[in-house]
Design a binder for this molecule. Structure first.
Ligand code: NAG
Length: 308
């Protein structure tokens, strides 16, 4: 009991006062120089951000392609399946995208104040990764309990929809996306699909505003599962957003590699080599701001404000 309250207190304190100056003491980090993202690489992220935004809209409107700007920005889309309740289980949908010739899986996020409470409640205590859903895990891999529970509630239906969509359209490409809580669900989903689908299927995961979601063994496993040229994992972080910096590294949480960072002053977008690159979000000094959580990411504001 005392330990738990101490831990929540520490978690709360550090989510309010994260201490980047302690970075060197608290976990592995990268100091490699960043590289500018090309205009074409950045353009390629815009449709994924629009798909992430659609996961916040009414599923009826997304299915009928009448959700407003985010739907209009991605023509040629057929929604094939959807689920979740927008509450305990965030909404998700599976769609065919004729433009990219891929199957899209998108997860809804949550309001920042709600995400703060999810990150601060007891379900933040990490638990072992579900071995049935992640056959290539080791027992050392721990992830955020609440994220994993939400994932377990939706993944069977998502798997079913993805597998039948790949067959129906004779495709070999899946793209997973999400923002905020939906970013964490998206990374779980991308790693899961990469572990259970045949290697001939390409799985790309592009998420926005990712909070930390697992321990260093998790980060190592994500790096190993989603690695390669034309990186299969991108987690984009915006300026001084608080959420990429919580829960704190101090308490044993670690981001995988694949960060693409929007710099605070210039708005320049850079790729950040390695895990927890201090030239990117992990190196941010106080104060961190919740308002930056919405982006814009590759030109798209996220959080549901774009839905009609
Ligand atoms: C793993 O996930 C599956 C499917 O979502 C669920 O049925 C099972 O209970 C989970 N296993 C554990 C150990 O929690």
């Amino acid at each position: 009991m005392h330990l738990l309250s101490l831990l929540s207190l520490a978690l709360w304190l550090s989510s309010v006062y994260s201490a980047p100056t302690l970075l060197g003491l608290i976990g592995p980090f990268s100091t490699q120089a960043t590289t500018p993202e090309s205009a074409s690489a950045l353009d390629a992220l815009t449709p994924l951000a629009n798909f992430a935004e659609q996961a916040y809209c009414s599923i009826d409107q997304v299915t009928s392609r009448s959700c407003g700007a985010p739907c209009d920005a991605t023509p040629g889309v057929t929604v094939l399946a959807s689920g979740g309740d927008g509450d305990e289980t965030p909404q998700w949908y599976v769609a065919h995208d004729a433009t990219s010739q891929s199957i899209i899986v998108a997860h809804q996020g949550t309001h920042p104040t709600n995400l703060l409470s999810v990150l601060n409640d007891l379900e933040v205590l990490p638990s072992p990764l579900n071995h049935t859903l992640f056959p290539q895990t080791s027992i050392a891999v721990l992830v955020h309990t609440g994220f994993q529970l939400a994932f377990e509630r939706s993944i069977d239906a998502i798997d079913h929809a993805v597998i039948s969509a790949l067959q129906q359209y004779s495709l070999s490409s899946v793209q997973v996306t999400g923002h905020s809580l939906g970013a964490a669900l998206g990374v779980l989903n991308g790693v899961h699909l990469a572990q259970v689908l045949p290697p001939s299927i390409s799985v790309r995961t592009t998420v926005f505003g990712l909070p930390r979601m697992g321990n260093p063994a998790w980060a190592t496993m994500v790096d190993a599962t989603l690695s390669g040229p034309n990186p299969p994992l991108i987690h984009m972080s915006n300026k001084l957003d608080l959420f990429p910096n919580i829960p704190p590294q101090l308490l044993g949480w670690q981001h995988p590699q694949g960060e693409v960072y929007i710099e605070p002053e210039s708005g320049d977008v850079v790729a950040c080599a390695g895990e927890e690159n201090i030239n990117c979000a992990s190196g941010n000094l106080l104060p961190l701001v919740i308002a930056d959580h919405a982006g814009p990411y590759a030109g798209v504001l996220l959080g549901g404000h774009g839905c009609t």
